[in-house]
Design a protein. Structure first.
Length: 351
């Protein structure tokens, strides 16, 4: 084998330093990697056409918001966005890096149905991934993200579904580290359904077992990755919703059983929760404390929904939308210390 098949000491050190910076105390990751169909749905809610220029203007609004670097450690970008620039010609990756915010990139190609299953899904995108990762690094990315999607239902998720997604996550993670990019490993257990929190608890533990077994088999360096899981919650249609303290307690319990201490941080996704719920749950977990990893956030809609509603595609609303993003980021930054209180919430009405 050639030396390129092995991680050098320098590359290992860079991966570990980047991963640690991504979960720095008081900070978290902004997920701004919506695909074209997803961002169109978001824009539809404010009656703005999803053109390439409108998407660029919106992302520039997010990335140039004053003081967000105090609470945002990194931003996940979409392929189109990584190739775009601000109005003054500065590439977005450089704009973020100059502010001390680490640019990252979504690299999966979406989900497809697994044959002979009841509509279970596996994420695709491994073909040609090594070359794409090298290109993304040249474009300024320093970490990557791959999302697997699992649903709770009748005899679901199956072991087949979990195993296929765990293998793909680990393969992606190994390729990312070889390219010098920190992999965000995202096994999302969807909140959709009428299942109770105990069912989510069991599925989460089973899923994490598969994922970390595959990461070990494929020799992924745990110190140079970030885990981005869903929290252990009741299904959104469950008649009895678990309270904030129960969600926090059960989530920490399961991850203490499942996630090795070598992982530097767990950056939770919001996954259908409201902005306030996602912040409150993160806050409660950090109040419990005594975990071997940083408990952080990697939120998309939970950080963006309110700023998007303020912006409405109007240039005169840019400053107000940026102020809203900063307020939302501050709330989650405080939740990283267990110091968030509801009275910190900004006043906001969607209209």
């Amino acid at each position: 084998m050639t030396d390129s098949n092995f991680l050098t000491r320098e590359k290992i050190q860079t991966l570990e330093l980047t991963a640690a910076a991504m979960v720095a105390k008081g900070k978290g990751v902004l997920a701004a990697d919506e695909s074209s169909p997803t961002i169109k749905k978001r824009f539809d809610t404010i009656k703005v056409e999803s053109t390439e220029e409108n998407r660029r203007l919106y992302r520039e609004l997010l990335f140039t918001a004053p003081e967000i670097e105090n609470h945002i450690s990194g931003v996940i970008l979409f392929d189109e966005t990584l190739r775009q620039s601000a109005g003054d010609g500065t590439p977005f990756s450089k704009l973020l890096s100059d502010r001390g915010i680490i640019p990252g990139i979504k690299v999966d190609k979406g989900i497809i149905q697994i044959p002979e299953t009841l509509n279970e899904k596996v994420t695709q995108g491994l073909d040609g991934l090594a070359d794409r990762l090298d290109e993304y690094r040249q474009l300024g990315a320093r970490f990557a993200k791959w999302r697997a999607v699992l649903s709770i239902g009748y005899h679901q998720p199956s072991n087949l579904c979990i195993a296929l997604n765990a293998h793909a996550l680990a393969r992606y993670a190994a390729l990312s580290q070889r390219a010098g990019l920190v992999p965000i490993v995202e096994p999302e257990i969807l909140i959709n359904g009428n299942h109770d929190i105990e069912t989510c608890e069991r599925v989460t533990q089973r899923t994490m077992g598969f994922v970390f077994n595959e990461l070990s088999l494929q020799r992924v360096r745990l110190e140079g990755m970030i885990l981005k899981p869903s929290m252990v919650t009741s299904g959104d249609a469950c008649p009895e919703q678990a309270d904030v303290e129960t969600v926090a307690r059960k989530t920490i319990k399961i991850f203490k059983r499942s996630v090795p201490s070598a992982v530097p941080g767990i950056a939770f996704l919001s996954g259908g929760q409201t902005s306030q719920q996602a912040t409150a749950h993160l806050n409660a977990m950090n109040q419990i404390g005594s975990t071997p990893w940083e408990l952080s956030f990697s939120y998309g809609r939970a950080l963006q929904e309110q700023p998007l509603g303020v912006w409405k595609g109007k240039p005169e609303n840019k400053a107000a939308a940026q102020a809203m993003l900063l307020s939302r980021a501050k709330c989650n930054g405080e939740a990283r210390f267990g110091a968030y209180t509801p009275d910190m919430e900004p006043h906001w009405e969607m209209g």
